[in-house]
Write a protein that binds this ligand. Structure first.
Ligand code: ATP
Length: 508
C-alpha cells in the first residue's frame, strides 16, 4: 500500500475513533460520500467557520453576510447554466464496473507526466549542485521539452473536446493515451456520457407536473439573486462583498477520498461586486488575501500552491485555485474566479428585473462584475485535520498521537482534570471548569489514570490540560500541561486565563 494511502486511512480511523467524523447512516452500512460530524468534529468545523466569517465579514467594512435558502426558484438554475451545463463526462469500465470522470482520468495522465518532469529536475539539481539553473534546464532539456510537448498535446485535444461537448473525442483520447482502469488495469471502456450533478426533488403536491426543484449545487446563486436587496438595505457602495456559509449538494460521479468529495457539503463563499474593467485587479487582490488567510492558520506555506486555470468556465475571464497538499497529493481547496457580469446579466434576462447599480461617482448605472472566493468547508477541515495529525515517539519509548491544531481552531481549549477522584479534588476541578466555561470550550474529565487522560486530550488536540492536585487545596495553584511540548508548569488559578488567551491571540 502506498504510504499516502496509509496515512489517509489512519486519519480516517482516528477521525472516527475520536468523534470527529463518522460515516453517515453507519448502522445501515453507510451512504456513499455522505458523512456526519461528531462531537469534536462539529467544534472544529464551527471554529473554522467562525475564523473565516470573522476575517471576511467582521474585518471588512464593505462585506456583509447572508444566509439564503437551499431551495430556490428552478429558473435560477436555468439562468446560471447549471441545468444545461453542470455536467461531468463519465465513463464506465466494463470489467471492473467502476465509473470514472473521463476528464479526471485524462488530467491524471497530465499529473503523471508533470511528476516525471519534477523527477528529472530533482535528478539534475543533485547532479549540478549549486550551479543548477532550473529555468534554463526546463527550457532546454530535450526530455523535459518532450514531456511538455506531450502535455500540450493532451490539453489541445481535451479542452476543445470538453468545450464542444465532443464525447467521442474524449473517449478517443482515453484510448490513444492507453489509459487503464486504476483499480483493475482493464482498458475495456464504455462510451462517454454526460451526467448532470444536480439533485432534484419535488415541491408541493405530487400530482403537479411542473414542480421539480433542485438542491443548490453552490451557495453563490443565493447571493446573486439577493444582490439588490442587500445593496439597497445595507446601502453598500461598490466595491462591496456578500458572504455566505451553507450547504451545497452535488451528485458526484466519483465519490472518494473521505470528506474531500462529498455529495452533501458546505461552502464558504464571498462574491465581491466591482466596476466593470476593474475585476482583474480585484481578482489578484483576493488571490493574495485568501492565501494569506490560509497561512494565518499556522500551516506552512509549502503545503499550498496556486493553480491558474488554462481552461476557463463559461462564466469566467480569470480563475485560479488554491491547492493543498492533501495525503493524496495537491488538490483544489478553494477557487477564486472572476465571474464577469455573467450571473447578474443572466438573472436580469431570465427574471425580467433590472439588477443594476447606480454608481454616484460615474453617474451611471451598470451590471457589476463579480470576483468570487469559494472555499469548501469540509476540504478546509480535511486540510487542518491531516496537517495536525502526528504520530510521535516519546523519550521513554512510548508513542502518542497528537493533533497539533492551531489553538484558535482546537475543538477544546482546556480540560480540567482532578488528579484523583477523591479528597475534594473533583469539586475543586469543577469549580475551575465553571469559571472558564463561559469563555472557552472546556471539558472536565475524571476517568482513568492521569497519563491516559493526557493522551486522550492529545488525540483531540486540546492545547491545555489543567490538573488539580492536593497542593491546589493548599495554595490555589494547578499544573498546566502544554500539548505540544508536554511541559508542565505550576501556576495560580487566577493565571489560567492569561495563559490560554496568549495562545488564542492568532487572528485571521
Ligand atoms: P472539483 O474540481 O474538485 O470538483 P470544483 O471546481 O467543481 O471542484 P467549485 O465549483 O469551484 O469546485 O466549488 C468551490 C469549492 O467547493 C471547491 O474549491 C471545494 O473546496 C468545494 N467543493 C466542491 N465540490 C465539493 C464536493 N463534492 N465535496 C466537498 N467540497 C466540494
Amino acid at each position: 500500500m502506498a504510504k499516502s494511502e496509509d496515512i489517509l486511512k489512519k486519519i480516517i480511523s482516528h477521525a472516527k475513533e475520536y468523534g470527529f467524523v463518522f460515516p453517515s447512516s453507519e448502522i445501515y452500512d453507510g451512504l456513499s460520500a455522505v458523512y456526519d460530524y461528531g462531537q469534536y468534529g462539529v467544534e472544529l468545523k464551527n471554529n473554522i467557520k467562525d475564523y473565516w466569517w470573522r476575517s471576511m465579514v467582521q474585518h471588512h467594512e464593505n462585506i456583509v453576510g447572508i444566509d439564503s435558502a437551499i431551495f430556490m426558484h428552478p429558473t435560477i438554475w436555468k439562468a446560471s447554466g447549471h441545468v444545461d451545463a453542470f455536467n461531468d463526462p463519465m465513463i464506465d469500465n466494463k470489467d471492473s464496473k467502476k465509473r470514472y470522470r473521463a476528464d479526471v482520468l485524462i488530467e491524471d495522465q497530465i499529473v503523471k507526466i508533470e511528476g516525471k518532469i519534477k523527477k528529472e529536475v530533482d535528478k539534475a539539481r543533485k547532479r549540478f549542485g549549486d550551479s543548477f539553473d532550473e529555468e534554463k534546464y526546463l527550457s532546454e532539456n530535450p526530455r523535459v521539452l518532450g514531456y511538455n510537448e506531450k502535455i500540450e498535446g493532451i490539453k489541445n485535444r481535451l479542452y476543445p473536446a470538453m468545450d464542444g461537448n465532443d464525447l467521442e473525442a474524449i473517449r478517443q483520447l482515453i484510448i490513444d493515451l492507453d489509459i487503464a482502469d486504476p483499480v483493475s488495469g482493464s482498458k475495456n471502456w464504455t462510451d462517454v456520457r454526460q451526467f448532470n450533478l444536480m439533485f432534484s426533488t419535488r415541491i408541493g403536491s405530487l400530482s403537479e407536473t411542473s414542480n421539480e426543484i433542485f438542491l443548490r449545487p453552490e451557495t453563490a446563486q443565493g447571493i446573486f439573486v439577493n444582490f439588490l436587496n442587500v445593496q439597497k438595505t445595507a446601502r453598500m457602495k461598490i466595491p462591496f462583498g456578500i458572504a455566505q456559509i451553507g450547504k451545497a449538494f452535488r451528485n458526484e460521479i466519483v465519490a472518494r477520498q473521505f470528506i474531500f468529495r462529498m455529495r452533501e457539503f458546505e461552502q464558504m463563499e464571498m462574491q465581491f461586486f466591482v466596476r466593470p474593467g476593474e475585476e482583474l485587479k480585484w481578482f489578484e487582490y483576493w488571490k493574495e488575501e485568501r492565501m494569506k488567510w490560509h497561512l494565518s492558520m499556522g500551516i506552512p506555506a509549502g503545503k499550498y500552491r496556486f493553480h491558474d486555470h488554462d481552461k476557463l468556465a463559461h462564466y469566467a475571464n480569470a480563475a485560479s485555485d488554491i491547492e493543498f497538499d492533501f495525503p493524496f497529493g495537491f488538490k483544489e481547496l478553494e477557487g477564486i474566479h472572476s465571474r464577469t457580469d455573467f450571473d447578474l446579466a443572466a438573472h436580469e434576462q431570465y427574471s425580467g428585473k433590472k439588477l443594476q447599480y447606480f454608481d454616484p461617482e460615474l453617474n451611471e448605472s451598470y451590471v457589476p462584475f463579480v470576483v468570487e472566493t469559494s472555499l469548501g468547508l469540509d476540504r478546509t477541515f480535511l486540510s487542518v485535520l491531516s496537517h495536525a495529525y502526528t504520530e510521535e515517539k516519546l523519550e521513554d519509548g512510548s508513542e502518542r498521537v497528537v493533533m497539533h491544531f492551531s489553538p484558535v481552531l482546537a475543538p477544546i481549549k482546556a480540560t480540567i482534570l482532578p488528579l484523583i477522584k477523591k479528597d475534594g479534588l473533583p469539586e475543586k476541578a469543577l469549580q475551575i471548569f465553571d469559571t472558564l466555561k463561559f469563555d472557552y470550550m472546556c471539558q472536565y474529565d475524571e476517568k482513568d489514570s492521569i497519563g491516559r487522560r493526557y493522551r486522550r486530550q492529545d488525540a483531540i488536540g486540546t492545547p491545555y490540560c489543567i490538573t488539580v492536585d492536593h497542593q491546589t487545596q493548599e495554595d490555589n495553584t494547578v499544573t498546566i500541561r502544554e500539548r505540544d511540548s508536554m511541559k508542565q508548569d505550576r501556576i495560580g488559578i487566577d493565571k489560567i486565563r492569561t495563559v490560554i488567551d496568549e495562545r488564542l491571540k492568532t487572528d485571521p
